[in-house]
Design a protein around this ligand. Structure first.
Ligand SMILES: [Zn+2]
Length: 218
């Protein structure tokens, strides 16, 4: 899942107006920000599935640190705790931990059975396989994105032009990357996927900028 995680980040702003959209994006997409780094370090592994025609061309063969439920729960707690250390806001800390863990739950809906419960060869692998249905995936993921975006637009207002144009650029970029993932050619190599994955930090930076130029409606 790609755009759905960002949709969740947008939507949670309504529950936590003092959190920047950038921070919400880091939390909601934390596992997929960690994953490309672990791929490049050869700690986690994935393979391209050539010629399957499947809308999802990657086989997630080994990603227990970024995507096993046990580790994800730990990442969520750690994320919330580090935020709390700096800001001493327990409510926001819990919300951020929830965002990190939400990523696994959303992935569970779409992934083929490849999500481990805990690290190690003995773990069962879970996934409800919505990716098998092109339209099902598009509707569910698009629905989460649009719902989250509408919530964000309704609970914030632009302070200036950047608050409008920035948001428009952010949304168009997310939709363009999502469309390229779905309709574009399969990636040439796993290394390219991993490097491209690191570019997601651009969305985070953009989100901080957009949120800085919008104010929460109380
Ligand atoms: Zn993921």
């Amino acid at each position: 899942m790609f755009i759905g995680h960002f949709g969740l980040g947008f939507g949670v702003k309504k529950a936590a107006p003092s959190l920047s959209l950038g921070t919400l994006f880091i939390a909601a997409q934390f596992l997929d920000l960690l994953w490309p780094v672990l791929l490049l370090l050869d700690i986690e592994h994935a393979e391209l599935k050539p010629g399957t025609g499947h809308s999802q061309p990657i086989a997630f063969t080994d990603y227990p640190i970024s995507h096993s439920l046990l580790m994800v729960a730990g990442w969520g707690l750690l994320f919330g705790f580090i935020y709390w250390l700096f800001k001493r806001n327990s409510r926001n800390a819990v919300i951020l931990a929830f965002c990190v863990i939400s990523h696994w739950v959303l992935d569970l809906v779409v992934h083929l059975p490849d999500l481990p419960l805990y690290p190690g060869a003995g773990s069962p692998l879970l996934g409800f396989k919505l990716w098998d249905s092109f339209w099902g995936t598009l509707i569910v993921e698009g629905g989460i994105f649009i719902t989250g975006l509408v919530l964000y637009i309704r609970c914030t207002k632009p302070k200036n032009k950047q608050g409008i144009i920035g948001l428009l650029i952010l949304v168009l970029l997310l939709v363009a990357v999502h469309a390229a993932n779905i309709f574009g050619p399969p990636p040439p190599a796993m290394n390219a996927v991993a490097w491209a994955g690191n570019l997601q930090w651009l969305f985070v930076i953009l989100a901080y900028w957009v949120d800085h130029n919008r104010s929460a409606i109380k």
